[in-house]
Design a binder for this molecule. Structure first.
Ligand code: DO4
Ligand code: MG
Length: 299
């Protein structure tokens, strides 16, 4: 069971459940965490609550593909984990040393350490949903998408859903100096989530998600990769536990769990590219890429 948000009628956001056979049922709640909190109050699961609605309603006539989807929730904060896959460690080492790795780096250390790397990635205002433009940074020449499994968290740290996330990154800025990490990770529209939230209780094994990323330029596929959360070095609950150490989080916080797909080292995103990130059982998060220059000229 997946939960989506879409634009209904005169621009009012609506919440809906998408059944495994792709029927779309409107939900009375307007926000994903409202659904979770109502289920908590009644001491039932969000899935049970959704099933009650489905049992007493008709699906809407539209298919998911015909709806104007929004981000499935307005995450107040998006946090992200780094170097949680070997592929990311190798890519970080490459950009930090110009490919001339000699000995170990702090990326090797963090990959092995008990404490994971967790950083602040985005706010609701900087995060976009499906089919909305992601922006490139104007002072970077080496930018990539980072396809990641996103955990949707309740304020007590419970994983209540799974979504797809894109932790857009500037490899040259981080490679120049790791203290530049916030600038390599955060700018206008540098994060996307969606297209849906898969209810956590409907996932038997979160280490069996298949992740794929495809990048298109002029309708031609210019980069692609696949991975699985089975390759994750850390346990999801350990990542959440570190995020919550002496740190209050809010309902609907999203924690991105790190990337295992990195395009070839010579690749950089360009204005007009189109990124697709697919996670099995959740959906395809699709976003066009625009330079910020173009945005300021067209405003
Ligand atoms: O160390 C910097 C961040 C790495 C990252 O975002 C990732 O591994 O996904
Ligand atoms: Mg990342």
């Amino acid at each position: 069971m997946r939960i989506i948000r879409f634009v209904q009628g005169d621009s009012v956001p609506a919440l809906a459940a998408v059944t495994d056979d792709s029927r779309v049922h409107l939900l009375p709640q307007t926000d994903f965490m409202e659904l979770v909190n109502e289920a908590d109050q009644r001491e039932i699961t969000p899935l049970d609550l959704v099933k009650e609605v489905i049992a007493t309603s008709q699906p809407i006539p539209q298919k998911v593909g015909e709806l104007q989807l929004l981000a499935p929730l307005e995450a107040p904060e998006v946090w992200a984990c780094g170097v949680t896959y070997e592929r990311s460690r190798n890519a970080r080492n490459y950009e930090a040393t110009g490919g001339k790795l000699d000995g170990t780096t702090f990326y090797d250390k963090v990959y092995e350490a008990e404490r994971p790397e967790i950083f602040f990635k985005s706010t609701a205002a900087r995060t976009v949903g499906p089919n909305q433009d992601l922006y490139l940074r104007s002072d970077s020449n080496w930018q990539i998408p980072e396809p990641e499994l996103g955990l949707v968290l309740a304020r007590d740290g419970r994983i209540v859903g799974y979504t797809v996330g894109n932790d857009m990154s500037c490899r040259d800025i981080e490679g120049e100096n790791p203290l530049y990490l916030p600038q390599a990770k955060m700018w206008n529209r540098s994060c996307s989530i969606g297209p849906a939230i898969r209810l956590a209780e409907t996932i038997e094994d979160p280490y069996a998600f298949q992740i794929a990323c495809r990048i298109y330029r002029n309708a031609e596929k210019v980069a692609e990769g696949t991975a699985s959360t089975a390759q994750l070095k850390r346990k999801l609950h350990d990542l959440v536990a570190y995020l919550l150490r002496d740190n209050q989080i809010f309902d609907g916080t999203v924690l991105l769990t790190g990337t295992c797909i990195v395009p070839p080292d010579e690749f950089t995103l360009a204005d007009g590219d189109h990124i697709e990130i697919e996670i099995s059982g959740i959906g395809v998060l699709s976003n066009p890429v625009k330079s910020q220059m173009e945005r300021s000229l067209s405003v």
